[in-house]
Write a protein that binds this ligand. Structure first.
Ligand code: PDD
Length: 283
């Protein structure tokens, strides 16, 4: 499908958008990205996504336009393309310079790119998926939404090659997150998720789900969840902009609960759909 993308202030057909071979994103993965879900042409939780993008840029000392600029880009990107439900991908690198050096040797203009990908939105409870427990081999600044995703890709591939939808990552005996989503456990009616730290990406869907859980009167604990306690959990689900609230019914050979989407997860799936519906004003 023909799509129009944004590159460094220009609107181009995707096939015509080109980046320098000296771009530090290409040479060093020196950049960040952000993903904003769009339902019926309305961006969801955009301010939170753009605030996180600014935090990623600040952590890497990359100078680039901030939230207001990107809000305008997203509006125009949606106007120039035909997709109703989509994921906006913003990619920002430190820029390009011909002198290949780990430490930048000149002032550079950041490379700015935005495009849309189709999003398959579901309005019903998704079927549960299975995950596999793997060691979290990623770096120690997972809080930055870096374009350097090799650890995530290797783990995701390993999970996929053995027939699992997602790896469930463990570090030092505790669950961190998935390769592209956050992790939630439910035990005795209490909702657990890993605390924000340099070991996880602070997911916007995670925060929104915590807010929904609190509104529903559920007890939530942002506490590290031990691998040793997985056998006792009643429910497990993952969250991300693309997966939304995704029930999990199996970790490797271990069935969780009764092998169906649990009641707390179902409540949160419904609450998440209600948030989307509110955004779209669909009754
Ligand atoms: N992934 N953890 C990791 C490692 C992620 O890559 C993501 C998002 C999340 C969830 O974040 P959010 O709720 O803000 O989407 C957690 C996006 C969707 C991606 O890489 O496409």
């Amino acid at each position: 499908m023909h799509s129009t993308v944004f590159l460094n202030g220009e609107w181009l057909a995707a096939a015509a958008a080109k980046v320098s071979v000296y771009d530090r994103g290409f040479l060093f993965a020196d950049g960040i990205y952000e993903v904003v879900p769009v339902y019926q042409r309305r961006p969801f939780l955009m301010a939170d996504h753009l605030a996180r993008m600014e935090r990623s840029l600040a952590a890497l000392n990359i100078t680039a336009p901030g939230a207001d600029y990107w809000q305008a880009v997203i509006t125009e990107l949606l106007a120039r393309n035909q997709l109703d439900d989509a994921l906006v991908y913003i990619q920002i690198t430190r820029g390009a310079e011909a002198n290949r050096s780990h430490i930048p040797t000149s002032a550079m203009s950041a490379t700015l790119f935005a495009s849309l990908s189709p999003l398959n939105v579901h309005w019903h409870q998704p079927a549960p998926l299975a995950v596999t427990l793997l060691d979290d081999i990623r770096w120690l600044r997972c809080d930055i939404k870096s374009i350097s995703l090799l650890g995530n890709i290797m783990l995701k591939q390993q999970a996929h090659n053995s027939g699992f939808a997602e790896p469930l990552l463990q570090r030092d005996g505790y669950i961190t997150e998935g390769a592209s989503c956050n992790f939630f456990a439910v035990r005795d009616g209490v909702v657990y998720t890993a605390p924000k730290s340099h070991l996880i990406l602070p997911g916007i869907t995670r925060d929104h789900t915590l807010e929904l859980a609190r509104e529903l009167g559920l007890e939530v604990r942002e506490e590290a969840f031990a691998v040793a306690d997985l056998a006792q959990l009643d429910e497990l689900f993952l969250t991300s902009s693309s997966r939304e609230v995704q029930p999990i019914d199996r970790i490797d050979a271990m069935i969780i609960g009764n092998g169906e989407c649990g009641p707390v997860t179902a409540q949160l799936v419904a609450a998440y759909h209600a948030s989307k519906r509110k955004l779209c004003e669909i009754s």
